[in-house]
Write a protein that binds this ligand. Sequence first.
Ligand code: 6PG
Length: 236
Amino acid sequence: MIEIGAIVSVQSLTDLAELTVQQIVEEANKAISDRGRFMIALSGGRTPQNIYRLLSDKYRNNIDWRKVYLFFSDERCVNPENENSNYGMVKNLLIDKVPGEQVFRMEGENPDPAQAAANYENTIRKIFSLRSDEIPVFDFMLLGIGVDGHVASLFPGSLLSSDENKLVISGWVQKLKANRISLSLNVLNNSRKIVFIASGREKMAVLDNLTKQENSGYPVAQIDFNKTNSTWIITD
Ligand code: 6PG
């Protein structure tokens, strides 16, 4: 059995959202009281959408948004207004509805994804006040997984092999026939806390393989689950 962190199995997508939001609120308040700010990276896809809705509604007043610095784990190479934009989705469900947080988005619209990745890396270096050899420590990374074991936009056979010294990478994902921009494995693996969310039978099968197979080949298998204090919140 491969150790992938704590696994919390809940009854429904509603419970998944509720529990995840409670974790975000708890970690936000801890980070703000310890270090004065909360550095969080959010992911796209369908599973987190209820989480963003809940955060901006029921739990809106449980976080001091002025001290939240909101980043993205990855982005699709489209305009922010495009329905596939991760930023666009989070903007509609969360950013537009809460007061005063700092938001740093990846330039999905940039015709040169490598430049967009370099720009985002510079933004991260500036906001985290990093020296050139330092890797940011995000307080919270909210990540989904794909049925192919991808995480953020690190897909099997693509971006993972990019330059390991980069904080942000970009590349062509053949399977999607599209470019993606993503935080690198180095950055994901330097997080204080990762919460993975997954729902549905196919993803439960991925989890099963991940815990049973040493060489699953899944990009998510390259996460350092122990160092990142990983928790899985799942529902079938
Ligand atoms: C994205 C992601 C990606 C996502 C998984 C799961 O932009 O698509 O950030 O890594 O988290 O593909 O997506 P679903 O929740 O839609 O299954």
